[in-house]
Design a protein around this ligand. Sequence first.
Ligand code: 4NP
Length: 151
Amino acid sequence: MDSILFVCLGNICRSPLAHGVAEHIVNTEKLGLFIDSAGTSDWHKGESPCQHSIEIADQYHVDISQQRSRPVSKEDISLFKYVVAMDRQNKADLEAFGFEQVYLIGDFGNYQGEDVPDPYFFDGFEGFDKVYTMISLCVEDFMQRVKNGSL
Ligand code: 4NP
């Protein structure tokens, strides 16, 4: 089964949203794809996604509350067919770790290579809607390309 790993720094704000949106697409379209997410750091290992991410996903009927943060591992390198970073620093860190082909989520959905803003430093809930919109549009486009084999 083909598999996709979404990666950010802490695996508590951005990549859990990408993971949830992709899983939602897999479930509704009954695709044979395994979806997971991870962090380039282990700072939040074992933690649930941040409350604001859980809340914004919930508004779009995507449940990410059962996800738990984990750091990327060497096994992920051979395990996942597609690895997708949320920003350019994540991509550089993944490449330094040994991943060979790392996609940038902002290269999809007409975002022209933009980084997904790191909402960890946002002041409260404001901004999470914008982050969700960007992630969902980019993930939808990415999944479309996985499905039609144009990546
Ligand atoms: P994420 O956000 O990479 O989208 O999960 C962050 C989470 C935690 C930290 C930074 C970004 N942190 O510095 O602990």
